[in-house]
Write a protein that binds this ligand. Structure first.
Ligand SMILES: [Zn+2]
Length: 428
C-alpha cells in the first residue's frame, strides 16, 4: 500500500491546531451526562452546524421510544455525509457524545475544558470528545486540501453508548444507517491510545440468580430453610467447578489487559435475608430469599448457549443433590463478542497509517468491555469496523480525565491517511 502525497492534508491539520483545541473544548462544555442523557440536542446541533459549513449534508435522528427518551431528555443523534461526487466506498467515523457522571476527586472543573500543559481536562475529554474532535478535523482537512477523493465520508455523533447504545448506534443500525448499501468501513474513535488498533471486544452475560428458602425463627433454624446457605452452595460450586474451567480457557483475541484474555466471572452482588435497616438491629429470621447478580465476560471462542448451560448445569446439579434447593435464574443483559479480522481493509489501512504518521508498528488489541461495535456488527452486519482514537484507555471515567493535544493531532493524521487510502481503494 502506498499513500500518495498527503502533505497538503497534514499541512491543513498542522494549521488547525487551535481550531482542534477549541472544537474539543466546546464539545466538552456540553454537559451530556448519561444517565439521564442531558443536552444531547444542543450538542448534536453544534456538530451538525459545523459540518454543514464544511460541505456535509446533515440529519438529526431522535431515537423515539428507546430507554430514557422523554421530553426532558430526548435521545438525539446526528449523521453527516459528504459525497465526493465520484463513485467509491463510504468511510464512517462514529463517536458517542454521552459521558458518564463526574464523580468525586476532581481538581479541575469537569466541564470547563481547561487547557494546561498541552492537555485538555474535562469529563469526556478522553472518552470520547477528543476522538470526535480529531475525526472532524481529519475529514475537514481531507476535503479542504483539494486532493481528489472518491466515495463518501460520514461522521456521526450518537447517544447513550455509556448505557448500552440502544438510543444511539443500535437505533441507527435498525434504521439502516449502518448497512452495507450505505457504509463500507467504520472507525470508532474511542480512547484506545494513539498507536493501537482495537479489533473488537469480549461478550457479556448478566444474570440474576435467586435461591429460595422458608422463613422461621432464628433460634430454631431447623424449622425453616436458609436461602443464604443455598446461595453459599452455589458459590462453592462456582469455586470448585466453574472458576477452574474458565481459568483453563484462553482466547486468541488480543484482549488487554492480560487477565482479560480468559473468561471471567464477577459476582457483582449478593443480598440475602431481611435488611438490618437504619437502626442496625439484627434480623431475627431465617432468610427466605437470596439474590446474586453475575457478570460473565466471554470469549469469541465461546458460545453464549454453552456459557449459560455451564451455569444452568451447576444449578440443576444442586437441585438434585441438595435437599430443599430451589432457584430461579433471570437474564439481564447479553452481548455477543465481536472481532474484526486482522486482514480486514479498515484494520490494514489504519495500521499502515499509524506506521506512516508515528513511525512505529501498531499494537492490535481487543477491549475487555464492550462498546458500540456490537451493534454495527450484529444489527448492521458490517464486519469492517474497528476502534481507533486518541486518549489513554485507563483515564476513561476517572476524575481529571484529559486528552493530550499532540495525541489528537497525530490521530487526526492517522484517521485522514486511513480514510484516504480506503476511499481511493489503495488497500487490499
Ligand atoms: Zn467511550
Amino acid at each position: 500500500m502506498t499513500t500518495q502525497n498527503l502533505e497538503p492534508v497534514f499541512d491543513k491539520i498542522d494549521k488547525s491546531k487551535e481550531n482542534l483545541i477549541r472544537l474539543c473544548q466546546e464539545l466538552i462544555r456540553f454537559e451530556t451526562v448519561n444517565p439521564p442523557g442531558r443536552d444531547y440536542q444542543p450538542c448534536v446541533e453544534y456538530i451538525g452546524n459545523r459540518l454543514k459549513n464544511s460541505g456535509f449534508s446533515v440529519e438529526y435522528i431522535r431515537a423515539r421510544g428507546t430507554p430514557g427518551d422523554c421530553a426532558d431528555f430526548p435521545r438525539y443523534n446526528v449523521v453527516a455525509r459528504f459525497d465526493s461526487g465520484r463513485k467509491g466506498p463510504c468511510v464512517h467515523f462514529n463517536s458517542h457524545i454521552d459521558v458518564v457522571e463526574t464523580g468525586d476527586g476532581w481538581t479541575k472543573d469537569p466541564f470547563a475544558a481547561e487547557l494546561e500543559g498541552g492537555k485538555i481536562y474535562g469529563r469526556g475529554a478522553c472518552d470520547m470528545k477528543g476522538g470526535l474532535a480529531a475525526s472532524i478535523i481529519a475529514v475537514e482537512a481531507l476535503i479542504a486540501s483539494g486532493i481528489e477523493l472518491k466515495g463518501a465520508i460520514e461522521i456521526s455523533g450518537t447517544a447513550d453508548e455509556e448505557s448500552g447504545g440502544l438510543g444511539g448506534v443500535a437505533y441507527l443500525a435498525e434504521q439502516g444507517y449502518f448497512s452495507k448499501d450505505r457504509v463500507d468501513h467504520v472507525i470508532i474513535p474511542e480512547p484506545l491510545n494513539v498507536d493501537r488498533v482495537c479489533l473488537g471486544h469480549r461478550g457479556v452475560w448478566w444474570a440474576e440468580i435467586e435461591t429460595h428458602g422458608r422463613i422461621a425463627h432464628g433460634s430454631m433454624p431447623f424449622l425453616g430453610d436458609c436461602a443464604v446457605r443455598h446461595m453459599g452452595a452455589v458459590v462453592a460450586s462456582f469455586e470448585d467447578k466453574l472458576y477452574p474451567a474458565m481459568a483453563a480457557r484462553f482466547t486468541k483475541m488480543p484482549v488487554v489487559p492480560e487477565g482479560a484474555k480468559q473468561s471471567t466471572l464477577n459476582i457483582n452482588s449478593i443480598h440475602g435475608g431481611q435488611n438490618e435497616g437504619n437502626e442496625g438491629l439484627p434480623a431475627p429470621c431465617v432468610p427466605d430469599s437470596c439474590r446474586m447478580i453475575i457478570d460473565r465476560r466471554f470469549l469469541v471462542e465461546e458460545d453464549l448457549g454453552n456459557v449459560k448451560s455451564e451455569i444452568y448445569d451447576i444449578l440443576h446439579e444442586l437441585e438434585t443433590s441438595r435437599e430443599g434447593f430451589r432457584y430461579e435464574i433471570r437474564d439481564m443483559l447479553e452481548v455477543i463478542p465481536s472481532m474484526t479480522d486482522k486482514d480486514a481493509p479498515v484494520v490494514k489501512a489504519t495500521a499502515a497509517a499509524i506506521e506512516e504518521v508515528l513511525g512505529k508498528e501498531p499494537d492490535f488489541i481487543c477491549s475487555p468491555g464492550t462498546y458500540d461495535q456490537k451493534h454495527i456488527d450484529r444489527i448492521g452486519k458490517l464486519k469492517d469496523c474497528i476502534a481507533y482514537g486518541p486518549g489513554i484507555l485507563e483515564l476513561a471515567h476517572q476524575p481529571d480525565e484529559y486528552v493530550a493535544v499532540e495525541d489528537m493531532m497525530n490521530s487526526a493524521k492517522v484517521m485522514a491517511t486511513a480514510a484516504y487510502n480506503l476511499l481511493m481503494g489503495n488497500v487490499e
